[in-house]
Design a binder for this molecule. Structure first.
Ligand SMILES: [Zn+2]
Length: 145
């Protein structure tokens, strides 16, 4: 292994490396990244400088991925719920419109039946008047059917 093979960030002393740890943690927290459970420094024999190393606990990673999965599921459920509420509303509105339409038809039917009844009454009145007149004319002997 040669000096150039080490691509890690190099610190000239253990103190510089340790002083840098809080800044790394701060950045990771700000970016909502998985935060290591442990961070430390070690001397690298390859590049003769100090490096920072991080330990991520398996449980913390598993936990984070579970949380992410749950957050995704919650988002999907919220969308599903919104969709189903929207569908219910559409169905409800359609039903209301249908009911309103039925009511309109029934009302129109009532109006027509009333008109019909009036026409029937008028017809009956006219018919009885006609019959009375016809009888009068027949009685007078001027009318033959
Ligand atoms: Zn190194």
């Amino acid at each position: 292994m040669s000096y150039s093979k080490c691509t890690k960030v190099k610190f000239s002393s253990e103190k510089y490396a340790k002083d840098h740890i809080p800044r790394i943690l701060e950045k990771k927290k700000k970016r909502n990244k998985n935060v290591p459970t442990e961070m430390g420094t070690y001397f690298c024999k390859l590049c003769k400088s100090w490096h920072i190393t991080a330990v991520y606990s398996a449980t913390s990673e598993a936990y984070n991925s579970k949380v992410q999965k749950l957050e995704t599921e919650v988002k999907e459920l919220k969308l599903d719920l919104q969709h189903s509420v929207d569908q219910d509303w559409t169905a409800e509105r359609r039903k209301i419109r249908k009911d309103e339409y039925v009511q309109q038809i029934l009302e129109q039917n009532r109006v027509l039946r009333k008109k019909n009844k009036n026409l029937e009454n008028q017809y009956d009145t006219l018919l009885s008047k006609y019959l009375v007149l016809k009888k009068l004319v027949e009685d007078a002997g001027h009318f033959n059917v």
